[in-house]
Design a protein around this ligand. Structure first.
Ligand code: APR
Length: 315
């Protein structure tokens, strides 16, 4: 039997997610959104593309959380984006309510699903999602680190003029300005980036510029699009998590995972490298950080903790 993947929020990210899932034939897709007709319209349009793309999956649209029933995977992008004149707290308040309602429905209709949160502010929202759905902590994760890392990988491959396949790197911490890109673990075809600096192929100054651009990756796209935020790369990043779970690939991926003592953090969702397989987050990979990295990481954790606390108090 095919797996059932529900996408709560059928907006920009939800639509691309549905298409990627269909093209990769990962499972049947249910698009759920409050906008009347929109998820049904996207589902019909995508279904008709199957005649050309030749995928055999069912795609349906719904305006009702009952459609979550028996989902194997749920991805949440529902929420409102930050609009001009809106404070971060306004966004937090509205999205906290939306996410906690969705969490309750997940608890009712598919309590054993693997649940991925994409809605921002990410680290706080995934925490609300887990507490309201009561999903096991290893089955509830946030998508951010893959996206942040892919931005960094892209900028590096572009600057060095080498294949994107050769770049390995990852980003720790919260999804925001405080994220911590780990240069010590950045390699180009296995060669540490430091070698490229030593050999003057890239300067430290250039690298710092790339790190700054990575931290502001979402903002840069937001500014260009004017309306809306990035959606192609966020959708691809979530699909990698879905695939690793459904196919038990056991990929090491940076995700917002629940920490219970790892990295010295207890009871908080923060971005760290994890192994995703058929049991969800099967392992959290703990790394020994340098004092500098530790300071940056703690700073990021502090920002996540503050936002998560504010969100929890709103419920
Ligand atoms: N239930 C279901 N869907 C909802 C609800 C709700 N309670 N509230 C809003 N939505 C829907 C909207 O109708 C919209 O179609 O969520 C969708 C969000 O889609 P977009 O506005 O296109 O946003 P998108 O670009 O997909 O990003 C979604 O991911 O990266 C984050 O910051 C981003 O929080 C945002 C989220």
């Amino acid at each position: 039997m095919r797996k059932k993947i529900s996408l709560v929020g059928a907006g920009n990210i939800g639509g691309v997610l549905a298409q990627l899932i269909a093209l990769k034939e990962l499972g049947d897709v249910t698009l759920i959104d409050i906008a009347k007709g929109m998820p049904q319209g996207k589902a019909l349009d995508l279904s008709q593309s199957s005649a050309v793309e030749l995928f055999d999956v069912k795609i349906e649209g719904s305006n009702n959380y009952v459609s979550l029933k028996n989902s194997d995977v749920v991805v949440i992008t529902a929420g409102i984006p930050r609009l001009p004149g809106m404070s971060r707290d306004d966004l937090l308040e509205t999205n906290t309510k939306i996410i906690s309602n969705i969490g309750k429905s997940i608890n009712k209709y598919c309590p054993n699903a693997f649940v991925i949160c994409i809605t921002n502010p990410l680290d706080a929202m995934v925490s609300i999602l887990q507490s309201s759905s009561k999903i096991k902590k290893n089955m509830c994760v946030g998508m951010a680190g893959i996206l942040d890392s892919s931005r960094l990988k892209y900028f590096l491959s572009n600057e060095l003029n080498v294949s994107i396949k050769n770049i390995e790197t990852f980003v720790l911490g919260g999804h925001g300005d405080t994220m911590v890109p780990l240069m010590r673990y950045t390699t180009i075809s296995g060669i540490p980036i430091q070698e490229f600096i030593k050999n003057k192929i890239i300067t430290q100054k250039k690298l710092n510029g790339i790190l700054k651009r990575t931290r502001n990756g979402g903002g840069e796209i937001n500014k260009l699009l004017k309306k809306g935020t990035a959606f192609y790369a966020p959708a691809s990043s979530a699909v990698q998590m879905i695939e690793s779970f459904l196919k038990d690939k056991k990929m090491i991926l940076p995700c917002a995972a629940h920490l219970s003592g790892e990295y010295g953090v207890k009871g908080l969702y923060v971005g760290v490298p994890v192994i995703i397989g058929k049991k969800g987050v099967e392992k959290i990979i703990e790394l020994k950080l340098t004092p500098n990295e530790k300071r940056e990481f703690n700073n990021s954790v502090q920002a996540v903790r503050e936002l998560t606390n504010i969100a929890s108090k709103l419920l």
